[in-house]
Design a binder for this molecule. Structure first.
Ligand SMILES: *[C@@H]1O[C@H](CO)[C@@H](O)[C@H](O)[C@H]1NC(C)=O
Ligand SMILES: *[C@@H]1O[C@H](CO)[C@@H](O)[C@H](O)[C@H]1NC(C)=O
Ligand SMILES: *[C@@H]1O[C@H](CO)[C@@H](O)[C@H](O)[C@H]1NC(C)=O
Length: 493
């Protein structure tokens, strides 16, 4: 069950562009990979289509072959074929009215069963089938305010007309429309949007899911949005899986990449999951301002950091509870404002993509960045960076940045090991090149190992300030001093 935690929304989105000093020509690196991009995506798409053909849906929901006419459909069928309502599958004429009539009929025809949350009419597994057509619409397909659930909309394309309102979405699970209002605070439950291509025609967004429960968005290709490809606000458990989202149709290294705008997925609610999703253009890949969301298998190559883009932006300073695992950040990184409870692991950062902690009130707590791979172009880019332009991080607790591997980038960590060798009475190991937080060693441990036999000097840890550890002995000896430091949690007694 979701917690209704308070989410503080920042009124301003502060872009990365001004923070990252990147020469434009540093992006040339991306051009080295166009063929990799192209062939990868091409192959993936083909595999994906093959698999869909092989895996047939359960018999109960198996769509009839395209030759079936409405008269052949059982009168008790709850599959609504939109062409029987006059929708134009060629996309030449406006199908808005026909499609809204279908939706209205489906919502009027609830089963009266009580399978869902109280106050949400059970539509009995009805399916609005687009019959493989491509439909032009001039107004949003907004679900009735009376609410409903246990419904599938599937199997075709929707395209916004040239006069579609730019502040709306092609499909809206939003109870703001006319008519009877649902008595449930969540008007929609168990709505599935599946196997759809949604083309916003650069007029507004793709799908909005407002105050809904347990929504599935599965195998949708959403393009040409100017606002959000998918907006989720309130409610909980919208599962977005197996989807492709991009503002512009491109296979990467697009010459107009710097002009990409819009947000592919905007999560302004709790407890959602984004899994196995590719975001191929747009200024922000996934914007997260709700808690307890999980992102897995998300490949972002929406807009390179050097052009001002962000792959995943966590805009909920103070408590995020976001888990990002097995993602592929491709020339675009992760930004987290005052991260508290954040886990990033098993992900791949390519093309100098990095993680930025942005200080708002100076808090970073309960953060794991572990077991990731980073690859860059030898430009000295740190894998994890701090933006302290609004003030330094002052509350730093339970932060573990460790066990990441790098190639062509600079490793940063909160735990480090080092050594100093010399013949004398003072040894210093400087951890500044690796420790993430300046002047913060919470724990240090050392071993002094003399390289001549028979010497047993007295020695002590003298200084740990400025991320430098100094050990001194009472007599000069040739020795190696091994030091381990940690910026994470310590207990004091
Ligand atoms: C409502 O559903 C029944 C089958 O359960 C069907 O026979 C009837 O045509 C439907 N009515 C409308 C208005 O869709
Ligand atoms: C270490 O330095 C001392 C003089 O400070 C010298 O006597 C000694 O030979 C040196 N030991 C080695 C192993 O270099
Ligand atoms: C520790 O080293 C810093 C310089 O890094 C120096 O300012 C400080 O006085 C030293 N503290 C002690 C106790 O020696």
């Amino acid at each position: 069950m979701a917690r209704k935690a308070v989410v503080v929304f920042l009124s301003l989105f502060i872009g990365l562009a001004s923070l990252i000093v990147y020469a434009e020509n540093s992006l040339v690196g991306k051009a080295k990979f166009p063929l990799i991009h192209h062939s990868h995506h091409h192959q993936d798409t083909k595999t994906f289509l093959r698999r869909r053909e092989l895996v047939s849906p359960s018999p109960a929901k198996q769509p009839s072959p395209p030759t079936t006419t409405s008269s052949q459909v059982s009168p008790n069928s709850r599959v609504y074929r939109v062409t029987t309502y006059g929708a134009d599958p060629t996309g030449k004429t406006d199908s808005t009215d026909a499609l809204l009539r279908v939706i209205s009929d489906v919502f009027r025809n609830s089963t009266g069963q009580k399978g869902l949350m109280q106050g949400i009419p059970d539509l009995g597994g009805a399916e609005i089938h687009l019959e493989g057509g491509s439909y032009m619409i001039s107004r949003p397909l907004q679900l009735p305010a009376s609410g409903g659930g246990n419904l599938v909309i599937s199997g075709g394309s929707l395209r916004a007309s040239d006069n579609f309102a730019t502040d709306r979405y092609l499909i809206e699970l939003s109870a703001t429309g006319e008519g009877d209002k649902s008595s449930s605070p969540f008007p929609y439950e168990d709505i599935t949007l599946r196997d759809l291509m949604l083309d916003s025609n650069y007029r507004g967004g793709g799908i909005s899911v407002i105050e809904s429960l347990r929504t599935s968005i599965d195998n949708c290709y959403i393009s040409h949005f100017t606002t959000d490809g998918i907006l989720v606000r309130g409610g909980h458990e919208t599962y977005i899986r197996n989807c492709f989202l991009g503002q512009h149709i491109t296979a990467g290294s697009d010459p107009n990449e710097k002009d990409f705008s819009g947000t592919a997925i905007n999560l302004r609610g709790n407890d959602n999951a984004v899994t196995d999703v590719v975001i191929f253009s747009g200024a922000v890949g996934v914007m997260v301002s709700g808690q307890a969301n999980t992102l897995s298998g998300v490949h972002c190559y929406n807009k390179a950091t050097g052009w001002g883009g962000t792959g995943i932006y966590l805009r909920l300073p103070g408590l995020t509870q976001t888990r990002i695992v097995n993602c592929y950040m491709d020339y675009t990184g992760i930004v987290a404002e005052d991260p508290v409870q954040l886990h990033i692991s098993s992900s791949f950062f390519l093309g100098d993509a990095f993680i930025l902690f942005k200080s708002i009130n100076g808090i970073v707590r309960g953060v794991n960045v572990v077991d990731n791979m980073f690859s860059g172009g030898d430009k000295g880019v740190d894998i994890v960076q701090l933006d302290q332009s609004k003030g330094p991080f002052t509350t730093i607790d339970q932060v573990v940045i460790d066990r990441n591997n790098v190639q062509g980038m600079t490793l940063r960590a909160t735990v480090a090991r080092g050594l100093s060798q010399g013949n004398g009475s003072s040894w210093t190991v400087d951890f500044n090149p690796i420790l993430l937080f300046p002047n913060l060693i919470k724990h240090a441990q050392y071993t002094l190992s003399p390289s001549t036999t028979g010497t047993f000097p007295n020695h002590a840890l003298r200084n740990v300030s400025g991320n430098r550890v100094t050990v001194e002995s009472d007599v000069a000896v040739p020795a190696t001093v091994y030091v381990t430091v940690d910026q994470g949690t310590v207990i004091t007694s």
